[in-house]
Write a protein of this length. Structure first.
Length: 399
């Protein structure tokens, strides 16, 4: 914009218009944080067409905004700073709604109550915030009540104990890196957590968590006659956190293998999943779903050290996609079982070895990794016989 001349100034003065230099406002870091926090509240109000409310029935962020707005209304410093920005007249509300008994707390206390710790008490600055989901899960586990109809479930726990004593069932260590998923927590399953046996009596309807992932409310019955309605993901986190947690197999699991290591027992096998780096056209076209599945009693890295010289590995280097360490297995039976299960997806390709002789590798399958994970877990819990691999949908379906 062009600067005003003296003549312009004189003309404007004649018209009664004052000329002044408008200085850009400069704010301290604290004031900028206050403004940023207020703008977040304004966005919430615009989106929801209502001011944020207190109470356990409302979302954590809405409750935080409600506490923050109350504090801003209380502090003269905030009211003075924010008044020019308050086009929604948010600061004209009640002076202190925090006085309601259930919400008489600042941001830090509210976060702590909801399972999040903040490293600052500044209501306008919630930096260095970290989740304590494990702590929340442990608290939910501890928050149990008496099971009024426990007599209905008591025979189930007695039968499970008998099955464990007679090895009809076995308990297996749960390992996150071996593919244990939240989808493995199903109605009718038994687990051992914190030294107690628990039974999944009911899995409620799926709900969407704030992070976009699905969750569900469970009814969990414990062997001591208590129960809880813990969330599925909270139970999953508690299971991961407890290094002694175990899963109790179905009676049909059979003695194919055990992933439980007894004292002084050594690991006796590893299922490995490999992906080829070959530039063969067929391999390159299907690289993301083409995998070699095998079982070895040694080190996988040593096993693949000379892959590019071995037709079994398509005469090319490979990368390890997944491994599952097992104990007391019959490696030959296990490998044969896996290969038979995925037989319809076996890749038919001919490779020339280093002497020019044609070789047809038999351990490469067109199967996505997540399907292999699912199959291994069903082998572990003894239910693989109830499923088959459908190549059309690349998924496991009930047999």
């Amino acid at each position: 914009m062009a600067e005003l001349t003296k003549e312009d100034d004189a003309l404007l003065a004649e018209l009664g218009v004052e000329i002044g230099i408008k200085k850009l406002a400069k704010h301290t870091p604290r004031e900028e944080r206050i403004i940023a926090g207020f703008e977040e509240i304004q966005r919430f109000v615009k989106e929801h067409e209502a001011t944020p409310r207190h109470g356990e029935d409302h979302d954590i962020f809405e409750r935080l905004y409600a506490v923050r707005l109350d504090r801003m209304r209380e502090l003269e410093e905030c009211r003075t700073l924010l008044k020019p920005l308050d086009h929604q007249e948010l600061l004209s509300g009640a002076e202190i709604s925090v006085s309601a008994q259930q919400d008489e707390m600042n941001d830090e206390a509210l976060l702590a109550e909801l399972g999040v710790e903040a490293k600052t008490a500044d209501v306008t600055e919630l930096r260095h915030v970290r989740s304590t989901a494990e702590k929340r899960a442990a608290e939910e586990i501890a928050n149990r009540e008496r099971c009024e109809d426990f007599e209905k479930f008591k025979p189930l726990f007695e039968q499970v104990k008998h099955d464990l004593d007679t090895t009809v069932r076995v308990s297996r260590v749960i390992r996150k890196d071996a593919g244990f998923l939240k989808t493995d927590i199903k109605e009718g399953e038994f687990f051992i957590l914190g030294g107690q046996t628990l039974y999944i009596a009911d899995v409620g309807e799926l709900i969407k968590a704030p992070n976009g992932q699905t969750d569900a409310r469970l009814r969990v019955i414990y062997s001591n006659g208590t129960e809880s309605n813990i969330l599925l993901r909270s139970l999953q986190r508690a299971i991961y956190k407890d290094e002694t947690s175990r899963r109790i197999t179905e009676p049909t699991a059979g003695p194919l293998f055990s992933d439980v290591s007894d004292e002084d027992d050594l690991a006796s096998g590893i299922i490995y999943v490999l992906r080829s780096k070959s530039d063969h056209p067929v391999v390159a076209e299907n690289r993301e779903v083409l995998h070699k599945i095998g079982v070895t009693g040694g080190d996988v890295k040593h096993r693949i050290a000379n892959a590019k010289l071995d037709p079994t590995f398509l005469m090319a280097d490979v990368e390890i996609v997944a491994t599952y360490e097992l104990f007391n297995i019959n490696r030959t039976k296990l490998e044969n079982l896996i290969h038979r299960f995925f037989d319809t997806a076996r890749m038919d390709i001919e490779i020339m070895d280093r002497f020019g002789k044609p070789v047809v590798p038999r351990e490469w399958f067109l199967v996505p990794v997540f399907v292999i994970d699912e199959a291994v877990e069903k082998i572990k819990n003894g239910t693989i016989g109830n499923f088959k691999f459908e190549i059309k949908t690349a998924s496991l379906i009930e047999a």
